[in-house]
Design a protein around this ligand. Structure first.
Ligand code: FES
Length: 346
């Protein structure tokens, strides 16, 4: 075969010769691949930006989040539950001393990270903040999830690491500032002047975006959040002083409802429930997935607000994962008009 003829034919790897690809078509395909590589992280950036913005606003709109220690679904109660099972539990002490400050810090932090990522403003700083939040949640909430890939904070941490490495150079404020800095250099501006201008304008944009986030969060907390009202699972003062049984008045536990006591052995909150008339049991409020406090019973089940596990209110059995173990169950005995919390069942 002539050399020129061999050059103009291509093989698909099976040995069969393919018709030649015109140079223009090959360049267009290479261009499309380059474009796809260039914007490869854009879907991830949009997802992280929307998710963290939503997570921040969702916390601010949640009537329980800032409710304080009397509410089992509050930031305080969730932090207290996480402290007992976290490898960095001792570091959570400041959050328990100033729960409102830290709860707002996390909610507004998520909002700031989300908006910064969406707009591509100081993208690496936003990614660093996102990674710090995800690492904190991993060490406090997801650390005990088994197997580890069922916890969702570790994948978020990895996603933020990719954003931290790549930054937000395209379709972003950062990209605009970088292009303008290049033009300034070509105009003969000194490097110092270019950097100063970029930093000042980036700071102005950050203050504007931060102000918009603050306003959005404040409006959400003011107008969307409903007033917290005592739930069926509000803490009831247990008796049990001097080693007597931990108990509640039976009248506090309606059919389908619950009252909450504390297991003196572990310090964990326990729901005393009446799943059907005259049937009583106790279930630990600590989710067996990663230690969040599950919500009081509703519709015959207890839902975990962290990752969506559901437990049967009569048995503690898992109705939906990611939890795989049932809620620890306690014996409850009716004693006159009181319900006594008994030992953990085996
Ligand atoms: S802690 Fe993950 S589902 Fe409850």
């Amino acid at each position: 075969m002539m050399e020129g003829t061999r050059d103009s034919l291509e093989s698909d790897g099976s040995g069969a010769e393919q018709p030649p690809v015109p140079p223009g078509r090959r360049e267009r395909a290479a261009g499309r691949r380059a474009l796809a590589s260039r914007y490869a992280l854009l879907p991830l950036r949009l997802f992280l930006g929307v998710t963290f913005s939503y997570a921040g606003l969702d916390k601010l709109a949640d009537q329980h989040y800032l409710a304080g220690r009397g509410d089992l679904q509050s930031f305080y109660a969730q932090t207290l539950a996480a402290k007992a099972h976290s490898p960095v539990g001792a570091l959570l002490e400041p959050a328990l001393h100033a729960p409102t400050f830290f709860a707002l810090l996390i909610a507004f932090g998520e909002l700031a990270v989300g908006l910064g990522t969406l707009f591509g403003l100081w993208g690496r700083v936003a990614a660093l903040g996102g990674a710090a939040l995800s690492l904190t949640l991993f060490l406090t909430i997801s650390y005990n999830v088994t197997p580890y890939y069922l916890g969702n904070d570790l994948p978020y941490l990895m996603a933020w690491t990719a954003m931290l490495l790549a930054g937000t150079p395209y379709l972003s404020v950062d990209g605009y500032l970088a292009r303008r800095a290049e033009r300034d250099r070509n105009r003969g501006l000194t490097e110092d002047a270019v950097r100063r201008r970029t930093f000042v304008d980036g700071s102005i944009a950050a203050v504007a975006l931060g102000g918009a986030g603050l306003l959005l969060g404040s409006l959400t907390a003011t107008f969307v959040r409903k007033k917290s009202k005592p739930a069926a699972g509000k803490p009831a003062a247990p008796t049990g002083q001097g080693g007597a049984a931990v108990s509640v008045a039976a009248a506090q536990v309606p059919v389908g409802g619950s009252a909450t006591v504390t297991d003196p052995a572990t310090g964990d909150a326990v729901y005393i429930l009446q799943p059907s008339a005259g049937q009583y049991c106790g279930l630990s409020s600590i989710c067996t997935h990663a230690g969040c406090t599950v919500n009081p019973p509703s519709g015959g089940r207890l839902d975990c607000p962290c990752h969506g596990s559901r437990f049967d209110a009569a048995t503690g059995a898992v109705l939906a994962g990611p939890a795989v173990k049932p809620l620890p169950k306690y014996t409850v005995t009716k004693n006159g008009d009181r319900l006594d919390l008994g030992p953990l069942q085996g």
